[in-house]
Design a protein around this ligand. Structure first.
Ligand SMILES: NC(=O)c1ccc[n+]([C@@H]2O[C@H](COP(=O)([O-])OP(=O)(O)OC[C@H]3O[C@@H](n4cnc5c(N)ncnc54)[C@H](O)[C@@H]3O)[C@@H](O)[C@H]2O)c1
Length: 369
């Protein structure tokens, strides 16, 4: 059974997110149900070299059956592909294919493909329609919804991009069967993050469902995705262009997480493992700074353990960690900011002074000894 979540962002056309096993087969038919795509003739599937052999034909067949004339572009898998150069190659290929303003770009893959293809769609001929077909758990719960697209520069990640809402999102949970475990837990970290920020209702549901989610049971997976999409859509609806501070809550766990990724070397730990470590650190900081309880820290630890995100057996020099946090693009004028939770469902953004951070980093290092 498929679940439908409607994303309604002020000033944008509302769009559906369909979630469930097998929804990819109905991709073309569902797209025809979107008024702006009713008469669209041409569809361009953009996917990566891992996803293409698995799901490209299924997507193309569904689109062709609904009357789209379909082309595809396959980019190399991996974060390096999210570049200005590859975006340029896509635009040249789109022009070679004589695609006009009335085509639709179908992003089939994880967050890398979604961000890259979304950015390509946002700028080709000043903007063509976009459909997101996320195939990683992370992209289903996070990146395919909310409209952020972009590419990386040598100077940093996601430094060039655009807000581009999709016309439709198709999250086929059957595609997750082939997802490697490391990528699976990345999605679980984002789901845990959404639940603790959102509400007791989501959090306690997830505590109960954590075993089933870790075992990839379809019902739990589909519900976790739907709940996360509702949460993300709600945050984005309040802060479409990240100008009101509401969207900052999505950075929970990322302040320490980014420093871990930087100092351990990109790829040493998955992004999800680094974010989970950042959530553990932020919860401990929150006890002192915003009055969070020890019970909250323990409950969040247990949840992350149950989702296959154990505390890292790794640490780094506190001074180096602080330095990495200050160099992060999210730091403001050298001031390190943390999203801190007073409790489940109640967050604030706090500039934390160096002395307090160093003290807690010292305790963090000692906890690893
Ligand atoms: N736009 C946003 O709001 C937003 C939010 C969070 C993350 N992101 C971006 O998302 C990217 C990370 O996304 P990701 O974690 O999905 O990474 P990814 O796109 O690199 O996918 C991870 C790996 O899984 C492979 N893969 C994808 N689907 C598969 C499947 N069904 N079976 C087997 N293999 C599969 C991919 O080829 C890749 O090797 C980052 O670039 C990040 O900046 C964007």
């Amino acid at each position: 059974m498929a679940t439908k979540v409607i994303v309604n962002i002020p000033g944008e056309e509302p769009y559906d997110v369909r979630i469930g096993a097998g929804v990819l087969d109905a991709l073309g038919r569902r797209m025809r149900g979107v008024p702006s795509l009713e008469r669209t003739e041409r569809a361009l599937v953009i996917t990566d070299s891992n996803v293409a052999p698995l799901y490209r034909d299924q997507a193309k067949e569904s689109l062709a059956a609904a009357g789209f004339r379909v082309s595809d572009i396959v980019v190399p898998a991996g974060e390096d592909t999210k570049s200005v150069e590859v975006a340029g190659e896509i635009w040249e290929a789109m022009a070679q294919l004589s695609l006009g303003r009335d085509c639709v770009v179908v992003a089939l893959g994880g967050g890398v493909v979604g961000d890259l293809a979304g950015f390509a769609a946002s700028a080709y001929m000043r903007g063509v329609a976009l459909v997101q077909v996320p195939t990683t758990l992370l992209s289903m719960v996070d990146s395919s919804v909310g409209g952020k697209t972009g590419v990386n520069l040598a100077a940093g990640k996601n430094l060039v991009g655009a807000f581009k809402q999709p016309a439709y999102v198709c999250a086929d949970t059957a595609t997750l069967a082939t997802l490697p475990e490391r990528e699976w837990t990345c999605g679980c970290a984002e789901i845990a993050k959404s639940a603790v920020i959102d509400s007791d209702e989501f959090f306690f549901w997830l505590v109960d469902a954590a075993g089933a989610l870790a075992a990839r049971e379809d019902e739990a997976v589909a519900e976790a995705i739907a709940r996360s999409v509702v949460f993300k859509a709600d945050v984005v609806a309040q802060d479409k262009t990240e100008s009101r501070g509401v969207r900052e809550c999505l950075n929970y766990g990322h302040t320490l997480g980014h420093a871990v990724e930087t100092l351990a070397g990109y790829g040493a730990f998955s992004h999800g493992a680094a974010v989970a470590e950042g959530m553990r650190f932020a919860a401990r900081l929150a006890v002192e700074l915003v009055g969070a309880s020890a019970d909250f820290v323990a409950a969040q630890d247990d949840l992350l353990d149950a989702l296959g995100l154990p505390a890292l057996a790794w640490s780094a020099d506190p001074a180096d960690m602080l330095d990495a946090m200050k160099r992060d693009k999210k730091a403001r004028r050298g001031q390190v900011r943390f999203v801190l939770l007073r409790d489940v469902g109640s967050w604030e953004l706090l500039d934390v002074d160096d002395a307090a951070i160093l003290e807690h980093l010292g305790a963090w290092v000692r906890s690893k000894e």
